[in-house]
Write a protein that binds this ligand. Structure first.
Ligand code: ADP
Length: 454
């Protein structure tokens, strides 16, 4: 039996930037104090200024601060927090962290360590998915990691094949094999990179789907264990397997597909005893969908779901962790209108997306109906080279997709960021592209039409 947590009066945030601000806002509405567990490099940030309390947990390198389990657990304990919100990235999908938080007598705001282990691990997740009857991309997830055996499996699957790090994430640790001549070299280098980046050389293989869309479902397990979904997002606009523009709902699903994919998403989450916010990711090609993975945390793109569903997923996460959130059967859960999110990266678009750092001279995010901004830095703050270059998210809502696109273009033209370069000019071009406007883009959209942005 896990203990029933009481109401939280103080929550620690094991994260930084815009998501830390997002969590602080949810806590403020719930009347909960916040403790920001930050590195030495993040003193000039909105989250630092907004949190009730701040604790420096280490120097700038992530291994010594944001990725250190003891630093975060000890910081939260010292501050008297009853719970830790991990945000996304960093330790958010680390089962050992969830376990350490609970062992220290606090509540991890997220699913149980057991759920993270079974669903968050890409290989385990596929085994569960098979049991739950979900369609998988054809592939090999076996224990035998000998290169000769993996090549044999790749030939069986048929090229092109993608080799992925079993412990990978964030679009990293993947290599595309298009023919048998390159297979040995690519598999070996994938194993080496998996070891150095993720601490395990284990890889698995999947058939590469070359005209797929990325469609995902927001799922949510309440305090009683009932899982429902909050419909879908499309995230096909990606660069190097990382999302840049996301929208809710997908322009590509028929009612029947949406129903079947939603049911599949809830089925796997239920088998994995899922609690809180999570995402079931699929690839969709030629009318068939395949499970890609389950992300056992809040997603960067959660605001587009919040906009069309009229919910606050972060507040729901906190209430669920308190044991206080039960899905209300009287609530009609139907998406309304259309929402789009653009990720604003501090990078130089004229230098192949090289991160751009420096002092933010002047920043303006002009308010207006259906405009929402999530950002972690104000003018006068410094964008440092230590972390992910995403500095803000711009989210719009309008009654339908064409109007939402039109609004997003206007909003991006109105927004001002001086001091660092950003990808805003590229985003405007992407949003104006015929294929995006039609909604027919696949995950290869950027590499096909915007090679210079790669
Ligand atoms: P990560 O956990 O690193 O984000 P995912 O497995 O979720 O990795 O994949 C990220 C992206 O990589 C997908 O959205 C898709 O664009 C691409 N991708 C992954 N697997 C395949 C595949 N089998 N075929 C085609 N594209 C793939």
């Amino acid at each position: 039996m896990t203990k029933m947590p009481g109401k939280f009066s103080r929550i620690a945030i094991a994260n930084r930037g815009e998501v830390a601000v997002r969590i602080i806002k949810a806590c403020e509405e719930l009347g909960i104090e916040t403790v920001l567990l930050h590195s030495e490099a993040d003193i000039n940030s909105r989250a630092y200024r907004m949190a009730t309390k701040t604790i420096c947990i280490g120097p700038a390198p992530t291994a010594e601060s944001y990725l250190s389990i003891p630093a975060n657990v000890n910081g939260a304990l010292a501050a008297g927090a009853q719970a830790i919100h991990p945000g996304f990235g960093f330790l958010s999908e680390n089962a050992d962290f969830a376990e350490a938080v609970e062992k220290a007598g606090m509540t991890f705001i997220g699913p149980s360590a057991e759920s993270i282990r079974s669903l968050g691990d890409k290989v385990h997740c596929k085994e569960l998915a098979k049991k739950a009857g979900l369609p998988l991309v054809p592939g090999y997830q076996g224990e035998n990691q000998e290169v000769a055996h993996l090549i044999q499996q790749a030939e069986k699957i048929g090229y092109p094949v993608i080799v992925k790090a079993a412990a990978g994430g964030g679009g990293r640790g993947m290599k595309l094999i298009t023919n048998s001549a390159d297979a040995a070299e690519l598999i070996e280098s994938a194993q080496r990179e998996a070891q150095s980046a993720f601490g395990s050389p284990k890889v698995f293989l999947e058939k590469y789907l070359d005209r797929a869309k990325h469609i995902e479902f927001q799922i949510f397990g309440d305090s009683s264990g009932q899982v429902i979904h909050f419909f879908d997002r499309e995230c096909s606009v990606q660069r190097r397997h990382q999302k840049i523009i996301e929208e809710a709902t997908s322009p590509s699903l028929t009612d029947d597909l949406r129903r079947r994919m939603g049911e599949a998403a809830c089925a796997i989450a239920t088998v994995g005893k899922y609690k809180g916010a999570g995402t079931v990711e699929f690839l969709l090609q030629d009318g068939e969908f395949y499970l890609l993975e389950v992300n056992t945390r809040l997603q960067v793109e959660h605001p587009v779901t919040e906009e069309v569903m009229g919910v606050d997923l972060v507040k729901m996460q906190i209430l669920t962790a308190q044991g206080d959130f039960i899905h209300d059967p009287k609530q009609v859960r139907i998406p309304r209108g259309h929402s789009i999110e653009c990720r604003i990266y501090a990078e130089n678009p004229f230098m192949g997306g090289v991160p751009s750092t420096g002092l933010l001279g002047h920043v303006e995010w002009p308010e207006g109906p259906g405009r929402r901004y999530e950002y972690g830095f104000d003018q006068g703050d410094v964008i440092t080279p230590f972390y992910d270059p995403m500095i803000a998210k711009v989210i719009v809502w309008d009654e339908n997709r064409p109007r939402a696109i039109q609004k997003m273009i206007r909003v991006l033209k109105d927004s001002v960021v001086f001091g660092v370069h950003t990808n805003i000019p590229y985003l405007i071009e992407i949003l104006s592209h015929k294929e995006f406007v039609m909604g027919t883009m696949t995950t290869r959209f950027i590499e096909t039409y915007f090679a210079e942005a790669l």
